[in-house]
Write a protein that binds this ligand. Structure first.
Ligand code: RIB
Ligand code: CA
Length: 313
């Protein structure tokens, strides 16, 4: 089977970085058409820089990285330096990127690339706020038919919120953008906190990264060592939740995950619950299912896959 063509839309972020590395280490399953940076964990200038740092770490300076939207559609940007550090990639000491940004805006790259590919053949993999994706859909609605599937990290239901009591960060930062994407009519696979909080980098798993004894293995171990302190303190968890790599792992081994097709709508009106992913888990409304909302993961299988693939870089 040919590799799946994807666009990674991202706000690196240590967990975004691991998701990108996993994708770049899996060319038989994944063809990365390009990476589009969006403001999220840290401002756009840093997410666009960090995406290139990760490509160079993977030895893939051929990958085109585009800068996208620097703020949400209708709101001020909310960032997460308290989780990711002021650079967004705190932990390892990595050199500034030598590779330049690709020319042009990320939104135009998304539009042009989707138009150039056959209908239904490109998977969008948003790992941050959905501003770039929603802007592209609004600017060029014809491209929506060219999307095969949207596999995104975002949202929460039984796990509740991580940035407010009810909302997960990616959705909370740009709820209007999320609303556009979830109403696009395209198949959506959602990796919410319900599943990503079960993908924890415990010490043995972090030791396995270090045991690779490689630039990539050590960098990932140092990123997750830094990234875990926030969640350990807040949740008492056994390690860093690897949110975004769940998206990439799903593309490679979907059987690692299970969930339920439900209707998911986004709260955009109430300040109290802004950005909540309202998942109709028990089908109590007549709203049509629009998303495969994941809840379970084979965590050992996930980390075995991840570590094996990182060893290739
Ligand atoms: O809530 C977790 C998500 O927000 C992850 O994608 C993390 O990188 C941040 O973007
Ligand atoms: Ca992210």
């Amino acid at each position: 089977m040919p590799p799946r063509k994807i666009i990674i839309d991202t706000d690196p972020g240590q967990d975004d970085a691991v998701a990108i590395l996993l994708a770049l280490a899996s060319p038989d399953e994944i063809e990365v058409l390009g990476i589009t940076a969006v403001a999220g964990n840290v401002p756009l200038a840093l997410t666009a820089k960090n995406a290139r740092i990760v490509c160079e770490l993977a030895g893939r300076t051929d990958v085109r990285v585009y800068a996208g939207c620097d703020k949400p559609l209708n709101r001020a940007l909310v960032t997460a330096e308290h989780v990711h550090g002021k650079t967004g990639l705190d932990g390892p000491v990595l050199p500034d990127p030598q590779m330049p940004l690709a020319d042009g805006h990320a939104v135009d790259f998304i539009i042009d690339t989707l138009r150039a590919e056959e209908p239904g053949t490109v998977t969008l993999c948003p790992l941050g706020p959905l501003t770039n994706i929603a802007t592209a859909f609004r600017k060029a609605p014809d491209i929506i038919d060219h999307v095969q599937e949207i596999v995104l990290m975002g949202g929460a239901y039984f796990e509740v919120g991580n940035i407010t009591p009810t909302a997960e960060f990616n959705i909370y930062v740009d709820p209007e953008a999320a609303d556009i994407v979830f109403k696009s009519g395209k198949p959506i696979v959602v990796m919410p906190l319900d599943v990503t909080h079960k993908a924890l980098v415990t010490k043995p798993r972090n030791d396995a990264f270090r045991a690779l004894d490689s630039k990539v293995g050590n960098a990932v171990a140092e990123m997750t060592d830094f990234f875990e302190r926030f969640d350990k303190e807040k949740y008492g968890s056994a390690g860093a939740p690897l949110h975004d790599p769940c998206v990439t792992a799903y593309l490679i081994r979907p059987e690692l995950f299970s969930g339920r097709r439900v209707n998911v709508e986004i709260e955009t009106g109430s300040d109290l619950t802004l950005g909540m992913t309202v998942a109709d888990w028990w089908g109590v409304t007549n709203r049509a299912p629009n998303a495969l909302f994941m809840g379970e993961i084979d965590a050992d299988g996930f980390f075995t896959l991840l570590t094996e693939r990182l060893a290739r870089l």
